[in-house]
Design a binder for this molecule. Structure first.
Ligand SMILES: [Zn+2]
Length: 408
C-alpha cells in the first residue's frame, strides 16, 4: 500500500474555512478515516491505562505511562512538570497559536481500589473508565489520527495529561500549568472529560473550608457557664442556613461534615465542620465568602457574650479548597467553533456548566472549554462506573475537528 510521506498541510483557504467546510478538507477526511480505523485499538488503550491506578495525589504511575506514549507517538519536548502534568508538543507550521489539549490522569478512588476492567461487547465496567480514561483515550486518538493522516496544523497543539482535577486535588495540575509551566504560552484550551457529547463553557467555582471552634472545655455541671465550641458552631450553622443567595447565577452553600466533643457530660474543647460554597459567578462567590467569614466571627462573639467570657471560644476557618469560577462567553470564538464543529457532525448542541480543569483558564480570561469524549455510561465517581463504546468514535471525530479548527 502506498502511503503519504508528505504532510497534508491544511490549505491557506482552510484558515478561513467554517468548521463545516473544514470537515471536507482532504487532510481532515484522512484523519477521520484514521480515527474510524483506530477506534478499536483506542478502546483497548482506554482499558489499559485505566488499569494503572491513579488515586488522588498519586498519579505518577499513570503519568509515566503517558510520558512513554507521548514519546512513542512522536511528540516533542515530552516532560513531566512539578505538579506531575505530562506534556508533549505537536509542532504546527508556527509555534502560535498554541492550543493546549488535555485530559486528567487522576481518579477519585483511593489506593488499593480494584481497577480491573471487565468488558462485554461494547460495555466496559471499572472505576474511572469514563472519568477520565475516556478523555485520556480521546487525547491519544487525536494524536494518532493526525499522525496517521500526516496532518500538519498551522498552529501548535500541546497535549497535557494533567493531575489534581478531582476533589481535594484542587486543580493543582492546571494551577501549575497556567501559573508557571506554560505561563503566557497558551492561546486556547480544551479539556476532554468524561462521557457523552456535552460542551462545558461555564466554570462553577467553589470554596471549601474546614472550620475549627476551640475552648477550654470542662465538666458539664461543674464548669457550667463556660462558652461551648459545639454550641458556638450551632450558632454559626444557623447563620449559614439563613444566607440569601442568588438563584441566577446559581450560588450554593452546604455544611457537609461535622465533628467534635468527647462526652455527653463534658463541655467540649473543640468542634469542627466542613463547608462547601459554589457559584458560576466570581462576584457572587466572593460575596458569599465575605458573609461566611463575618458569620463565623459573629457566632463566636455571641457565644462568648452569652456566657460573659468565662472561658472564651475561638474560631479558625481554614481554606482547604479553591476552584476559581469563570466563564467562556457563549458568543466567543471557541464556544461558537465547538458548536459549529458539533453541528457539522450532526451532534446536538448541549451547553453546560460544571467544575473542571477549564475553571483555571476561564478564570484567567483564556478561551477554554471542556468537552465530553463520546460514548455513554453511568455511575461516575462510583465503583460501578460503566462505559458503553457504542458510537464513541463520534466523540473522537469531534475532538479531532475541534483541535484542527482551533490550531490555526
Ligand atoms: Zn473528570
Amino acid at each position: 500500500m502506498l502511503r503519504y510521506s508528505l504532510p497534508l498541510i491544511l490549505s491557506v483557504t482552510a484558515l478561513a474555512q467554517s468548521p463545516d467546510a473544514l470537515m471536507h478538507d482532504p487532510a481532515v477526511q484522512a484523519a477521520f478515516a484514521a480515527a474510524e480505523r483506530n477506534e478499536p485499538q483506542i478502546l483497548n488503550e482506554q482499558v489499559r491505562v485505566c488499569e494503572i491506578p491513579a488515586p488522588p495525589f498519586k498519579e505518577e504511575a499513570r503519568g509515566h505511562e503517558f510520558m512513554r506514549l507521548f514519546q512513542e507517538l512522536g511528540l516533542k519536548e515530552v516532560r513531566m512538570d512539578k505538579a506531575g502534568n505530562v506534556i508533549g508538543v505537536r509542532p504546527g507550521a508556527k509555534p502560535r497559536p498554541n492550543l493546549v489539549f488535555s485530559a486528567h490522569l487522576d481518579t477519585v478512588f483511593p489506593e488499593g481500589t480494584n481497577v480491573k476492567v471487565t468488558r462485554e461487547g461494547t460495555q466496559m465496567k471499572a472505576p474511572g473508565i469514563g472519568d477520565d480514561c475516556r478523555g485520556l483515550a480521546v487525547m491519544l486518538a487525536v494524536i494518532r489520527a493526525l499522525n496517521d493522516a500526516h496532518v500538519q496544523t498551522p498552529g501548535t497543539i500541546t497535549f497535557v495529561a494533567d493531575t489534581g482535577e478531582e476533589g481535594l486535588g484542587d486543580l493543582r495540575g492546571m494551577k501549575q500549568l497556567f501559573g508557571e509551566t506554560l505561563k503566557g504560552q497558551i492561546d486556547s484550551f480544551i479539556s476532554v472529560d468524561g462521557i457523552g457529547l456535552g460542551i462545558t463553557h461555564i466554570g462553577v467555582g467553589s470554596l471549601r473550608y474546614r472550620v475549627m471552634f476551640k475552648g477550654p472545655g470542662g465538666h458539664s455541671y461543674g464548669a457550667f457557664g463556660m462558652a461551648n465550641p459545639i454550641q458556638a458552631m450551632g450558632r454559626a450553622m444557623a447563620k449559614i442556613d439563613d444566607f440569601q443567595v442568588p438563584t441566577t447565577p446559581k450560588t450554593t452553600f452546604n455544611v457537609g461534615r461535622v465533628g467534635g466533643g468527647t462526652s455527653v457530660n463534658a463541655i467540649p474543647f473543640e468542634a469542627w465542620m466542613e463547608v462547601d460554597m459554589r457559584s458560576a459567578d466570581k462576584a457572587s462567590l466572593a460575596a458569599l465568602n465575605e458573609k461566611f467569614k463575618t458569620a463565623m466571627n459573629e457566632a463566636v462573639t455571641e457565644e462568648n457574650k452569652r456566657w460573659n467570657n468565662r472561658g472564651a471560644v475561638s474560631v479558625a476557618p481554614e481554606l482547604v479548597g479553591i476552584r476559581p469560577a469563570g466563564e467562556t462567553a457563549k458568543d466567543s470564538h471557541i464556544v461558537q467553533t465547538a458548536i459549529a464543529v458539533s453541528k457539522a457532525l450532526g451532534i446536538a448542541e448541549v451547553l453546560r456548566e460544571g467544575s473542571t480543569d477549564s475553571n483555571v483558564p476561564m478564570n484567567l480570561g483564556i478561551p477554554a472549554i471542556t468537552i465530553s469524549g463520546g460514548g455513554q455510561g453511568s455511575g461516575v465517581h462510583s465503583l460501578g462506573e460503566t462505559f458503553d463504546s457504542k458510537d464513541s468514535v463520534q466523540g473522537t471525530k469531534r475532538a479531532i475537528l475541534l483541535a484542527v479548527a482551533l490550531a490555526r
